[in-house]
Design a binder for this molecule. Structure first.
Ligand SMILES: [Zn+2]
Length: 329
């Protein structure tokens, strides 16, 4: 069993800068995720983020000057389009829940374009609309820096308590109107609570775990998990070692830690809040769940832990489909 809907990966950027803008991600053994392994793991849908890396990523890891925002967005979209055009019998783009369900019936894995970091919106609602027109159906409001939406997660309480900007509040309302899913992974606690107060439809934390089990500012407190569940939202289990086990210098990401997270999130927020958001190609370390082909191993581990088959289906895809039906147009 599997059929995961995974709410986060950084594969577009990885493919673009490792293999160039003419590349696709059908067969990329040097990465966590490719179409071959999406199919092998019986993936229902994969969110594909356009993430904006800091300049240091380009200079230190790619040994090149940073790409402009426009070049970067165009390159990521090109890699997605290359893959869709070359493998139409395997993958198809989706813009909402109905698309995912139709593609699934036709035996295809859905790819959904998302954006990690609202930085490229530059406080301009027209840009937000332009990204919607480009196909972006979920937006992570911030990454780890302050932007036009508001503040990121931080150890500094002055930043952590800061909420949405005036533009951020208007933009969150607008996103709910146009059907672009609001993602609170990476944001400050202040931004989380502002989004909660504004939420008319469910929102998500695409790739965040529980702070009670792993004390990291990127993870969610129990109060936040309850609030997210109250609004009908969901949070994606993240495989990054530092968000699973806060032992200093920990590099291990184990399936049993993901299961423990799922168990805790269910206890606190109910089964409806638990979902998948791996962060494939966006994290390092020794990953036991190191690709979408391994998703059945997570299903097995959940069953062994006492989750019912129906509950595993909800975690794998049911909860995100429900959210998408309500919040994505
Ligand atoms: Zn992230």
């Amino acid at each position: 069993m599997a059929y995961a809907i995974d709410m986060h990966c950084d594969t577009l950027m990885e493919t673009l800068y490792r293999h160039g803008e003419d590349a696709d991600f059908y067969d990329k053994p040097d990465q966590h995720l490719d179409v071959k392994r999406l199919i092998e793991g019986k993936t229902m849908a994969q969110f594909m983020a356009i993430f904006f890396p800091p300049d240091v990523f380009f200079r230190e890891y790619m040994h090149r000057e940073p790409a402009t925002e426009e070049e970067h967005i165009a390159g990521c979209v090109k890699v997605l389009k290359n893959t869709l055009e070359r493998y139409p019998e395997l993958v198809w783009q989706a813009y909402n829940a109905e698309d995912v369900e139709r593609n699934f019936r036709e035996g295809k894995t859905s790819l959904i374009l998302t954006m990690e970091d609202g930085v490229a919106v530059h406080g301009d609602m027209k840009k937000l609309d332009a990204f919607y027109d480009l196909g972006v159906r979920a937006l992570t409001l911030t990454w780890n820096f302050e932007n036009c939406f508001g503040a990121p997660n931080s150890l500094d309480p002055a930043i952590m308590n800061k909420g949405l900007t005036d533009f951020g509040k208007e933009a969150v309302k607008h996103m709910q109107d146009i059907g672009m899913l609001v993602d609170v992974s990476h944001v400050s606690d202040g931004v989380f609570w502002d989004v909660y107060r504004l939420a008319k439809v469910p929102f998500v934390a695409t790739h965040s775990n529980s702070r009670a089990l792993c004390n990291h500012t990127r993870n969610m407190t129990d109060d936040m998990i309850r609030a997210l569940a109250e609004k009908g939202g969901a949070m994606g289990l993240n495989i990054a070692p530092q968000f699973l086990d806060d032992t200093p210098e920990n590099k291990e990401s184990r399936i049993r830690d993901l299961v423990a997270m799922a168990r805790h999130e269910k206890e606190v927020g109910g089964i409806g809040v638990v979902a998948i958001g791996t962060d494939f190609d966006g994290t390092g370390g020794n990953l036991e769940l190191n690709g979408p082909d391994r998703m059945p191993a997570l299903c097995d581990a959940l069953i062994r832990d006492g989750f019912t088959a129906d509950e595993v289906d909800l975690i794998m895809y049911g909860n995100v489909l429900r959210v998408m039906h309500e919040a994505m147009k």
